[in-house]
Design a protein around this ligand. Structure first.
Ligand SMILES: Cc1cc2nc3c(=O)[nH]c(=O)nc-3n(C[C@H](O)[C@H](O)[C@H](O)COP(=O)(O)OP(=O)(O)OC[C@H]3O[C@@H](n4cnc5c(N)ncnc54)[C@H](O)[C@@H]3O)c2cc1C
Length: 466
């Protein structure tokens, strides 16, 4: 009797599996593992789920390998989970506000579940805009779960063990470099050998590190995309004490203002305090700026920096337009061998720094390239921005009213830019490509810019596949 039941169970299992599809997930980052976990939690057979990633598993992944590997970028290195549908990219556009919060809740629950000490998670949630900024700016208020950087790698190991125990197939250090959307197979390279996998459903979750690959696929398959805006501005830097009153209310404050009739909005972006340094980004051969805060107290400099980013809608080719502005904000000088410290000629390239009070840029010792300019040279930059620079000037002059000690005690690094990768057009109910309904784009490869939204994309797709 026991044997007969065993055979019946086996048949039932086989039947269930036959009905279910082979799901391949490219990218074992935030979106990929949230999708897999949702599937597994709903009894999807693990052996039908394959995750391929060019990085390493959480046991092998070095702590400073921030872009690639199990849990992807921010969940491996930072662990701040924002909780607002206006932050971290687009989610409610696809599924509506209510569902968006439900999905974000699920991401947070997953992280809590694998946390060795969930009670150590902190939640900050400023609720009231302070009066002193009100006439000039809005302050975007949103909750943030601070997972605690010390716990992230342990979370990764527990999470990975769970998925492995359920039979999920992982392939590490395997870079997918070809996908055939028509014949449903992908090719990955591992140790100079190519391997291919067939899929019934594909979840494409390659994050920022896979953006070039995503773009090449979009080109190859002529994927239609959503219209995009320009995101450009400057990185503002000043001594922290000028902003302390606001920092006490919201550490990573986000000031914003909108000019809806002009299709322009501005926001302060990615605020760094205490040991705040400006970092150079080289993209497409040009320099632009960003900021980061150092953790080691020895770097404390009591500075604050943040981007002042404009979102400009209605520009015909936003990518080309932004690249052109960035290029004009770079100086490029051929240094002949006679003037070179090494005795060899080289090309000196740098972005720009302007301060009305001649403040010096506060770079670290990393010798970052920047060229200090004066007011006359700034006028060329104003021109390059095609009239939009006035919005930045207004933003700064209103900050001077709100933070009265600021006056001219600041500097700007020019430019800061976010090249928004084209967002492929997807069916909003399951994030599948309009041209290939069994291929789902999720996370940063779609329109996300944060952990919670990326994870939510993954769960949303999984719910549709169950
Ligand atoms: C340093 C850093 C800190 C951050 N901190 C935060 C934070 O605190 N809070 C927050 O909300 N957001 C943060 N972010 C952003 C956040 O990490 C991302 O929005 C999120 O990880 C995106 O999830 P994803 O699954 O789309 O991609 P990712 O998490 O980036 O994962 C993509 C995975 O795909 C793999 N991959 C890429 N291309 C291929 C290929 N061709 N073949 C095989 N595998 C491939 C990569 O190895 C990677 O593991 C941070 C980002 C960075 C870089």
């Amino acid at each position: 009797m026991a044997d007969k039941k065993h055979v019946m169970d086996l048949n039932l299992n086989i039947n269930n599996k036959m009905k279910k599809k082979k799901i391949v997930i490219v990218g074992g980052g935030v979106a990929g593992i949230c999708a897999a976990t949702k599937l597994i939690d709903n009894n999807y057979p693990g052996e039908l789920i394959t995750i391929i990633d060019m990085g390493k598993d959480p046991y092998e992944r070095p702590p400073d390998e921030v872009m690639s590997g199990f849990m992807g970028c921010g969940l491996w290195s930072d662990g701040k989970l924002t909780y607002h549908t206006a932050i971290g990219g687009q989610l409610s556009k696809y599924c509506g506000e209510k569902k968006a919060y439900n999905l974000m809740d699920q991401v947070i629950e997953m992280v809590k579940r694998f946390h060795p000490k969930p009670e150590a998670i902190m939640y900050s949630n400023p609720t009231e805009e302070p009066d002193f900024i009100k006439p000039y700016f809005g302050l975007r208020l949103f909750g943030v779960y601070h997972i605690g950087t010390d716990y992230l790698h342990e979370i990764g190991k527990r999470w990975y063990d769970y998925l492995v125990s359920k039979g999920v197939q992982f392939h590490w250090e395997t870079k997918v470099n070809y996908i055939d959307f028509n014949d449903n197979y992908i090719v990955g390279e591992v140790q100079e050998k190519n391997i291919d996998w067939h899929y019934d459903e594909l979840i494409f979750a390659v994050g920022k590190s896979g953006i070039d690959f995503a773009q090449s696929l979009a080109k190859q398959y002529e994927l239609p995309d959503e219209p995009k805006s320009v995101q450009i501005g400057v990185r503002f830097e000043a001594p922290q004490h000028h902003f302390q009153k606001l920092i006490d209310i919201s550490y990573d404050f986000k000031l914003y203002r909108k000019f809806e009739d002009k299709g322009v909005s501005l926001r302060s972006f990615c605020t760094n305090n205490n040991a705040a340094y400006v970092a150079v980004e080289e993209t497409y051969g040009d320099y632009s700026y960003n900021g980061h805060a150092k953790k080691d107290p020895k770097y404390k400099n009591d500075m604050t920096n943040f981007g002042i980013l404009m979102e400009i809608n209605g520009i015909e080719d936003p990518f080309e337009w932004s690249r052109n502005v960035v290029n004009q904000c770079n100086v490029s000088v051929d240094i002949p061998s006679s003037h070179s410290p090494t005795g060899e000629s080289f090309l000196y390239k740098a972005g720009l720094y302007y301060s009305p009070s001649f403040r010096q840029p506060s770079f670290t010792s990393e010798n970052e390239p920047v060229r200090v300019i004066r007011l006359t040279e700034l006028s060329k930059i104003v021109e390059a921005f095609g009239g939009y620079f006035d919005y930045i000037r207004d933003f700064i002059s209103d900050m001077k009213k709100v933070f009265p000690t600021l006056e001219d005690d600041w500097g700007i690094y020019i430019p800061e830019v976010k090249y928004l990768s084209p967002e492929p057009l997807v069916n909003y109910n399951n994030l599948s490509l309009t041209k290939y309904p069994n291929v789902h784009f999720v996370g940063d490869a779609l329109s996300a810019r944060g952990i919670t939204v990326s994870g939510a994309h993954g769960i949303y797709v999984a719910e549709n596949l169950i």
